[in-house]
Write a protein that binds this ligand. Structure first.
Ligand code: ADE
Length: 285
């Protein structure tokens, strides 16, 4: 996978050289290129911003440096990624580079979006500072690439660089060969599959007793069925406490008889549509 990041703070992206993402790059699974937007300015002060039309606070990023940067990077996209948002790879998916624009006004970034991006071969990130980038830039490149405006959460950061670090890590760990154990993201909270609607429960390692606190007995025995049930119950409990919205949204076929029994213990019951919700009168945290 090829990753380009265009920013006025290239140093901010230094963590991409560390840990899981850095190792994937060292192993040749990723080609990461961080570019300084100011390289595409032509004035003495390397100006990238200007005052907003219509007035208001703050500054807006000028379109020209972004345009020149994106033209150059798109011209250099890997050969297997045609610059045509309508192109088809024969497997049914539209191919080509994806322009990822981090913005608090974007659609929510999620595990599902991470998986979609992990399936593409060229991602170009355009983290903005100030009040954002002149709108015409997104309009222009939407005609030449798939553009995804994405928010990592309902809060406003000073710029898009931290969101780029978040999104790249979520995407890269899904690439084949990046995680040591091929199974290790199957059970992630939010991954598709059997645990799709549950947060992960607690985990333990040695020693079996630490400061008088014991590891739950069931985990020390070798009964796989009991361990699986214990993990599932704790995942249900944690989800009910931290993200009741996920439990409420889960389709009825998500729940096996053991889940239903435990949800009842937690004070949840199924409604007319088969989905679970807290029993009226039950205290919801
Ligand atoms: N830029 C500033 N805040 C952001 C957010 N929450 N998500 C993505 N980009 C941002």
């Amino acid at each position: 996978m090829r990753l380009d990041v265009i920013t006025i703070f290239p140093e901010y992206l230094a963590p991409l050289r560390l840990s899981l993402v850095g190792r994937a790059a060292d192993r040749g699974l990723l080609d990461i290129r961080v570019h300084d937007l100011r390289a595409w300015t032509h004035d003495r002060h390397h100006t990238v911003d200007d005052t907003p039309y219509g007035g208001g606070p703050g500054m807006v990023m000028k379109p020209e440096p972004w345009g020149e940067a994106l033209d150059e990077i798109l011209a250099d996209t890997p050969v297997d990624t045609p610059i045509d948002p309508d192109a088809d790879d024969g497997g049914g998916g539209a191919r080509g580079p994806v322009l990822v624009v981090p913005t608090p006004s974007g659609r929510p970034f999620s595990q599902e979006v991470a998986a979609e991006l992990a399936d593409r071969s060229h991602l170009i990130f355009t983290p903005a500072r100030y009040e954002g980038i002149d709108r015409r830039v997104v309009e222009e490149y939407a005609e030449r690439a798939e553009v995804r405006e994405l928010s990592i959460g309902d809060y406003v950061l000073a710029g898009g660089e931290a969101p780029v670090l978040v999104m790249v890590e979520a995407v890269v760990r899904l690439l084949p060969g990046v995680l040591g154990n091929a199974e290790s993201h199957r059970d992630d909270s939010f991954a598709a599959g059997s645990m799709a609607h549950l947060l992960e429960g607690p985990v333990y390692t040695k020693p079996p007793v630490w400061r008088g606190r014991e590891v739950p007995q069931v985990l020390l025995g070798g009964h796989h069925g009991h361990i699986a049930r214990w993990r599932r119950d704790h995942a249900l409990r944690r989800t009910a406490e931290h993200r009741p919205d996920l439990l409420r949204a889960a389709p009825p076929e998500s729940w096996d008889p053991g889940d239903r029994r435990f949800l009842a213990e937690l004070g949840w019951e199924s409604g007319p549509d088969g989905r679970f919700g807290p029993r009226p009168g039950a205290v919801e945290e």
